[in-house]
Design a protein around this ligand. Structure first.
Ligand code: GTP
Ligand code: GTP
Ligand code: MG
Ligand code: MG
Lengths: 290, 283
């Protein structure tokens, strides 16, 4: 349905005998609609579309075909500016690399932890998983079950101190010769002061090489403020967008990239541990716009 | 003076932006502003009357209409009717992954216990890692009986067994947990429809995430069409959700929101109050 959106908008634009200011404004309005329906942040939609509008207005003397290509290129470039190009994490194999997973309740962190463990195991890393979620009932059992399914050991302690668990786990896995550790944490949102503080203390204490913010692909306009709160509390180095096997277009992830100034690194598109993909900007832009 | 399209075009545009930023889904926003615009054009307002105030009142009226459209549901009244006939009342919870179904069930059982009803939990998520342990921990914390089987067993059978057990042992309410699922998965939606057919719950509740954007409408419509539900619970309102999601989902399904989730504790559930929500949105 979104596929019709951008293509129909472009077709409408180039089928006009005269591509005047009104035609461009109509095209921009069509683009805005697609982006809003894809859950991109309202302000970002207006900034992005204004920028495209002004560029198209100065270039509208181009012929139909080149105008079409120009419109698509402009749109794509504006989006890549926000979400980033392809970017892979390639941790060194000769020293320890620690990845901290953070995000809102239910976004898919625990499931992603196992996917990431399998992803890196396939690349030859020796991976360890740490369950540093001390609140959610069954959190350890969930990660343990997932860890078993990807033959990765899970560290956990039955204590009330998430930061201590993460540190003890780090020490434990170092002694076991692991070179890549993934720390799963409890879900939290921007209003939960003490949980944000725990996350800050966790980052200070274990100094992860990478903190990944896991974003639910279905998130709406709240994406900006929520992501901003995470970025203010920790050094968000990258984003993971989940549940893209559904109908969500993922505009909230684009928004989160803008709010955190970080790139989208991975996409999760299913419940199974194999349902993980390296981020592809063309595929993601295509999903949002068609 | 008589309002023209030109008079209202700027305030209507601003209203559109405000509604979108308040997390109302795009389609619902278009419905609201076109309904307001059609009532505004040709409307006479006195020279002193503020057109913005006029628009705000129309907005309030339109939102109230959306919320008063569904038949309201008094869940405790329904439960009491069955309890008086010594039949257990069963409630099934459904929705996409991670919205808070399992946690909401725990909160509901606390609400029911406070009113003196006995509750039994049916662990009909026999698929997701840790799902049974999660619900089991809640049952232990709350002192409740839980019916469960091993992972991979038939979720419909667990639900049906829970109902039978409740009838045999005189429990008042059965709460049925189901695995989260994306509404575009034909197989999983058929499985859910089968769980519902076999367990025949008295009430089916769609649990949605108040942080979700336009997708919430797509989820709700598909669950309604393929499986059917009677009421909605929106969770994570404590994340500072503006609440627009509640408008989107009621507009899209015509079903009432009965509760909102306001945290991760057993007491973090509140009755949904449309007036409160509208005031919050308009503030
Ligand atoms: N369909 C689909 N489901 C997913 C995906 N990623 C995670 N899930 C499901 O989403 C639900 C929530 O995932 P979790 O891993 O428990 O989320 P979480 O962020 O750890 O949750 P909290 O620890 O409570 O904050 C589970 O049912 C997962 O199976 C995905 O990409 N697609
Ligand atoms: N802040 C907040 N968190 C909530 C609320 N409701 C649920 N959660 C959290 O959201 C996360 C997911 O909750 P679950 O109950 O596991 O969600 P679910 O729908 O059963 O998930 P699946 O079974 O995997 O589909 C947990 O961390 C809950 O504590 C709420 O109202 N507010
Ligand atoms: Mg988790
Ligand atoms: Mg659940």
């Amino acid at each position: 349905r979104v596929k019709e959106g951008l293509q129909a908008a472009i077709r409408k634009l180039i089928e006009k005998d005269v591509v005047d200011e009104a035609a461009i404004k109509e095209f921009v309005r069509d683009i805005q609609r697609e982006l809003l329906q894809a859950d991109v942040n309202v302000k970002i939609v207006f900034d992005l579309s204004k920028s495209i509008e002004s560029k198209l207005l100065t270039e509208r003397t181009k012929s139909g075909v080149s105008l079409k290509e120009r419109a698509i290129t402009l749109l794509y470039d504006e989006m890549v500016k926000i979400m980033g190009n392809e970017a892979k994490i390639e941790p060194p194999q000769d020293k320890l690399y620690v990845i901290l997973l953070v995000g809102i309740q239910g976004s898919g962190k625990t499931t992603f932890a196992a996917k990431l463990a399998k992803y890196f195991t396939k690349k030859g890393y020796k991976v360890g998983l740490i369950c540093a979620d001390i609140y959610r009932p069954g959190a350890y059992e969930q990660l343990k079950t997932l860890g078993d399914s990807v033959s990765t050991e899970v560290f956990w302690e039955k204590i009330n101190d998430a930061v201590k668990i993460a540190n003890d786990g780090k020490g434990y896995f170092v002694s076991k010769g692991k070179n890549l550790i993934i720390v799963d944490t409890a879900g939290r949102h921007k209003e939960e002061r003490s949980l944000l503080d725990e996350m800050r203390r966790m980052e200070e204490s274990i100094s992860p090489d990478l903190t990944l913010l896991v974003i639910d692909g279905t998130i709406g306009q709240q994406a900006y403020n929520q992501a901003l709160a995470f970025a203010k509390t920790t050094k968000v180095g990258g984003l993971v967008v989940t549940k893209l096997d559904g109908t969500a277009k993922g505009g909230g992830a684009l928004t989160a990239a803008a709010a955190t100034g970080s790139k989208i690194l991975f996409v999760s598109n299913g419940e199974r541990v194999d349902d993980i993909e390296e981020f592809s900007p063309t595929r993601f832009a295509g999903r949002i716009l068609g | 003076k008589t309002l023209t399209e030109q008079d209202i075009s700027e305030p209507i545009q601003q209203l559109e932006v405000n509604l979108l930023e308040s997390e109302v889904a795009y389609e619902a926003v278009q419905y609201i502003i076109s309904s307001i615009s059609s009532k505004l054009v040709g409307q006479k307002i006195s020279r002193t009357e503020d057109k913005n105030k006029f628009i705000l009142n129309l907005l309030r009226e339109t939102l109230l209409n959306i919320f008063s459209h569904p038949t309201q549901l008094d869940i405790f009244q329904e439960i009491q009717k069955k309890v008086e006939n010594k039949i257990p009342y069963s409630i099934m919870f459904l929705g996409i992954n991670g919205t808070g179904k399992t946690t909401t069930i725990a909160k509901m059982s606390r609400l029911l216990a406070k009113k003196g009803y006995s509750v039994i939990l049916a662990a009909s998520d026999t698929y997701r890692a840790g799902a049974i342990e999660q619900l089991e921990t809640h049952s232990q914390n709350l002192g409740l009986k839980i019916l469960k089987q091993k992972y991979g067993s038939d979720p419909a059978a667990v639900a049906r067994d829970a109902k039978n057990y409740a009838t045999l042992h005189n429990y008042h309410v059965v709460l049925i947990d189901t695995a989260g699922r994306i509404q575009t998965s034909k197989n999983l939606m058929e499985e859910l429809a089968k769980i519902k057919r076999v367990s025949a719950p008295d009430l089916t509740i769609f649990v949605g995430d108040s942080l979700a954007g336009n997708d919430l409408v797509l989820q709700a419509r598909e669950f309604l069409k393929t499986v059917g539900f009677d009421a909605i619970i929106l969770t994570k309102m404590d994340a500072d959700a503006k609440g627009g999601a509640s408008i989107s989902v009621v507009y899209a399904t015509g079903k009432p929101i009965i509760y909102i989730g306001t945290g991760q504790g057993y007491d973090d559930i509140q009755n949904f109050d449309a007036e409160w929500l509208i005031n919050k949105l308009l503030s």
